[in-house]
Design a protein around this ligand. Structure first.
Ligand code: CUO
Length: 680
C-alpha cells in the first residue's frame, strides 16, 4: 500500500497511466511487464507514452532501499540525493526528464525520489509550469496520525463516494494533559507549520549543485527563519503558562522531554520511533547510514565556532582569515553552523546543527543494534513536531545571538527616519474593542486520496482542528514633516510580561518579537493614515497555498504556477497570531517606519511571488530588504536602553494589545459541512 501516484499525473482523477519501456521496470517486474500493462492499461483514462532513452546508471543511489526512511540530515542520504538531483537537472529536455523520472520512480527510494524531483522542478527553467505536489498529498503518513489510514481504507473500500464522511483527527492525539509539553502540541503538530518547514528546506537545500544552494543570504535566512520559529514557540508557551524553552546546551544531559509521534511510514510499514523521558544521547556508529560521530566531535565543533565568534573571524579551508563583519558575518556563520556546502571550512567547523538533529534522532538506537530508523527530529519533514526540536534550535539561536552581541549596537541615527513620526497605532478586529485580537479553533478538511493506494479510489477527506484568528486591520497614523517620501513599515509583536509577571527588559524582549508584516509605504507630506489587513502579511501564505488545495483557485500554469510553487514556502496564515488566553494575553505591538533609501534593494521584482518574502526570500532574486534580518531587534541595545520605551525613536511606536482565546470550534469552510461529499 505504498503511495503510487504517477509522478506527473494531474489531480489523480484522470487515471493517467504511463506506457513504460520494459527495460525501465525494476527487475522484479520485468518478467511480468506485459501482464502489468494489460492490467493497468485497461483502467487508464489517459495513456502517456514514455520515450525509451539510454538510461543513466543509478549506481549507489539505489543503495538506499525502497522501504527505508530518508532524511537529508544523514550525510549519506544527502549525497545520494545530490546525485539524483544532478541526474534530473542534467536531462536535456522534458521528455528525457520524464523518462528518467519514470525509471527512477520505480527503482529508488520513494521519499528521496519525491524530494529530488521537487528540487528539480523548482530549479529547472523548463519545469516552471509543472505542479510540485505538496508532500502532504504524496506522503500523508508523515503528517497525520497513522490510525487515519486504517479508517481511510475502511471508508474507501466500503462506502460509496457520495456517502463518505471526513475522517476526524482529534486535536489531542499524541499525548494527554498529564504531559505539560502537550499544551503546545497544537503548534508543534500543526500541519501548516510542518509544511512550511519542509518547503523552506526544499527551497534552501544545504547540499547539492552550487547553483542550487548558493542563494542570496541563505545562511542568514537559516538563522532568521529559525530564530522566529523559536520566538513564536516561546510566545505560545507563555500563552499556555509554560516557561520559555530551555536551550539544549549540554548534549550529555538527559533529555527530559518525551515524545511519541504516532506516525507510521506507509512506505516502510514501520512506526516512527518514540523517545521516553530522560533518555541520554550517546556516540553514533551506524554502519548502514555510514555515520560515525561522537559527542566529542560535536563539542569540538561548537568550541571552534564560539572561538571564531570571539575572535571575529573564521578560518577557511586554505587557512585564510575571513572576518565576520557586522552585516555579512551572520550569513557566513549561518552556513557554518547549519552547515551548508557554502561553509568556508566544513572540515574544521563540522556539521554542527545537522548532526545535532541526527544524534537526537538516533537516541534510541545509536549503533543500529535494533535495526531502528530515526525519530521525527531526524527529518525536516517531521522535525517540528518534537519538543526537543525547539530546545535544539534555541541553543543554535543562542550561538547566533552570541555573535550579534559582539557587533556594535544600532546608534540612534541608524534607527531614526528624519521628519517621520508614528503618532498612533491601533488594531481593529470587527465587532471587538480596539487593540484586541481574537483566536479560536477551526476545523478544515483536506483530501488525502492522492497519497493513498487503496482501491477503489475517490476522495478521502480528513478533518483536522487548528488554531485560527479573526482577520484584523492595522491602523497606523504617521506624520511626515518633510516632502513626500517612501518608508518601510515593520510590524512586530511580543509578550509584555515574563513568566513571573514582570515586564520584560528590552534585552530579553527583543528576542521574543515575532515579525507580523513588512511592506513599503508612500508618505505624503503631513498626516498619513495607513490601513493594512492581517491577510496581507509578508510572513504568511493563505491556507490553500499551504496545502496546495486546488479546489478554490488552481493556478493556470506559466509564470503564475512557477510563483505558486515557490510560494508554497511561507508561514501558514492561520498561525500568524499566538493563541492568547481566555482572559486576554498582554502583548506589545511594535510599528516602525524606517528609511526606505537604506532598506530598498534595486531589482526587478515584477512577476515574482512576494507573498511570504520575510521568511522565504524571492525566487531568483536578492532578499528584498537590505537591512540585517530581524532589524531593528537583531542587535543588543545601545548603552542606556533598558526598556522597550527607551529604545524607541519618533518613527517607532508601541501599542499594548491583548489576544483573547475563545475555546470554541468553527466548522469547516466550504461545502463540506454536512453533506460530506465534497467532490473535485
Ligand atoms: Cu529547519 Cu534544524 O533546520 O530543522
Amino acid at each position: 500500500d505504498r503511495p503510487q501516484e504517477p509522478c506527473f499525473a494531474g489531480k489523480g482523477d484522470k487515471n493517467s497511466v504511463f506506457k513504460v519501456p520494459n527495460n525501465f521496470l525494476a527487475d522484479r517486474y520485468k518478467p511480468i511487464g506485459v501482464t502489468l500493462a494489460n492490467r493497468f492499461g485497461g483502467e487508464a483514462g489517459e495513456e502517456i507514452e514514455i520515450k525509451n532513452i539510454s538510461l543513466p546508471k543509478l549506481g549507489e543511489i539505489t543503495s538506499l532501499g525502497r522501504h527505508e526512511n530518508f532524511s537529508l540530515f544523514i550525510p549519506k542520504h544527502r549525497r545520494l540525493a545530490g546525485k539524483l538531483i544532478n541526474i534530473f537537472l542534467g536531462m536535456r529536455n522534458i521528455d528525457d526528464l520524464l523518462s528518467v523520472c519514470v525509471y527512477a520512480r520505480d527503482n529508488v527510494n520513494p521519499y528521496m525520489f519525491n524530494y529530488c524531483l521537487s528540487v528539480c522542478l523548482l530549479h529547472r527553467e523548463d519545469t516552471r509550469d509543472l505542479d510540485v505536489p505538496s508532500i502532504i498529498q504524496s506522503f500523508p503518513d508523515k503528517y497525520v496520525d497513522s490510525s487515519v489510514f486504517v479508517r481511510a481504507r475502511e471508508e474507501t473500500s466500503i462506502v460509496p463516494e457520495d456517502s463518505r464522511t471526513p475522517i476526524v483527527i482529534p486535536r489531542d492525539y499524541t499525548a494527554s494533559d498529564l504531559e505539560e509539553e502537550h499544551r503546545v502540541a497544537y503548534f508543534r503538530e500543526d500541519l501548516g507549520i510542518n509544511l512550511h518547514h519542509w518547503h523552506w528546506h526544499l527551497v534552501y537545500p544545504f547540499e547539492g549543485a552550487r547553483e542550487v544552494v548558493d542563494k542570496n543570504r541563505r545562511g542568514e535566512l537559516f538563522y532568521y527563519m529559525h530564530q522566529q520559529v523559536v520566538a513564536r514557540y516561546n510566545s505560545e508557551r507563555l500563552c499556555n503558562h509554560l516557561r520559555r524553552v530551555e536551550r539544549l546546551t549540554n548534549l550529555r544531559d538527559p533529555i527530559k522531554e518525551a515524545y511519541f509521534p504516532k506516525l507510521d511510514s506507509l512506505v516502510s510499514s514501520r512506526s516512527y520511533p518514540s523517545r521516553v523521558a530522560n533518555q541520554v544521547i550517546t556516540n553514533i556508529n551506524r554502519e548502514l547510514d555510514q555515520i560515525q560521530v561522537d559527542i566529542d566531535d560535536m563539542e569540538r565543533w561548537r568550541d571552534r565556532i564560539f572561538a571564531a565568534i570571539q575572535q571575529g573571524y573564521v578560518q577557511s579551508e586554505s587557512g585564510q582569515q575571513i572576518t565576520l563583519t557586522e552585516n555579512e558575518g551572520i550569513d557566513i556563520l549561518g552556513n557554518i553552523i547549519e552547515s551548508s556546502i557554502l561553509s568556508p571550512n566544513q572540515t574544521f567547523y563540522g556539521d554542527y546543527h545537522n548532526i545535532g538533529h541526527i544524534m537526537i534522532s538516533y537516541i534510541h538506537d545509536p549503533d543500529h543494534r535494533h535495526l531502528e530508523s530515526f525519530g521525527v527530529i531526524g527529518d525536516s519533514t517531521t522535525a517540528m513536531r518534537d519538543p526537543v526540536f525547539y530546545r535544539w534550535h534555541a541553543h543554535i539561536d543562542d550561538i547566533f545571538q552570541e555573535f550579534k552581541a559582539t557587533i556594535p549596537s544600532y546608534p540612534v541615527d541608524q534607527l531614526t527616519y528624519q521628519g517621520v513620526t508614528v503618532t498612533s497605532v491601533e488594531i481593529q478586529s470587527q465587532g471587538s474593542e480596539k487593540n484586541r485580537l481574537n483566536t479560536f479553533w477551526q476545523q478544515s478538511d483536506l483530501n488525502l486520496s492522492r497519497g493513498l493506494d487503496f482501491q477503489p479510489r475517490g476522495p478521502v477527506f480528513v478533518r483536522f482542528t487548528h488554531l485560527q484568528h479573526q482577520d484584523f486591520n492595522y491602523r497606523i497614523s504617521v506624520n511626515n514633516q518633510g516632502s513626500a517620501k517612501m518608508g518601510t513599515c515593520r510590524i512586530f509583536l511580543a509578550p509584555k510580561f515574563d513568566e513571573r509577571g514582570n515586564q520584560f527588559l528590552f534585552r530579553d524582549q527583543k528576542n521574543l518579537f515575532i515579525e507580523l508584516d513588512k511592506f513599503s509605504v508612500n508618505l505624503t507630506s503631513g498626516h498619513n493614515t495607513i490601513i493594512r489587513s492581517s491577510t496581507q502579511s509578508s510572513v504568511t501564505i493563505p491556507f490553500n497555498r499551504t496545502f496546495r488545495d486546488w479546489d478554490s483557485s488552481r493556478p493556470q500554469g506559466g509564470d503564475e504556477l512557477a510563483q505558486f510553487n515557490f510560494c508554497g514556502c511561507g508561514w501558514p496564515q492561520h498561525m500568524l497570531i499566538p493563541k492568547g488566553t481566555p482572559e486576554g494575553f498582554n502583548c506589545q505591538l511594535f510599528v516602525m517606519i524606517s528609511n526606505y533609501a537604506n532598506d530598498h534593494v534595486e531589482q526587478d521584482v515584477s512577476g515574482t511571488c512576494n507573498d511570504a518574502y520575510s521568511f522565504c526570500g524571492l525566487k531568483d532574486r536578492l532578499y528584498p530588504d537590505r537591512r540585517s534580518m530581524g532589524y531593528p531587534f537583531d542587535r543588543t541595545p545601545r548603552a542606556g536602553v533598558r526598556t522597550l520605551q527607551e529604545f524607541l525613536t519618533p518613527n517607532m511606536r508601541v501599542q499594548d494589545v491583548s489576544i483573547h482565546f475563545s475555546n470554541r470550534t468553527v466548522r469547516p469552510r466550504g461545502n463540506n459541512n454536512n453533506s460530506n461529499n465534497r467532490n473535485q
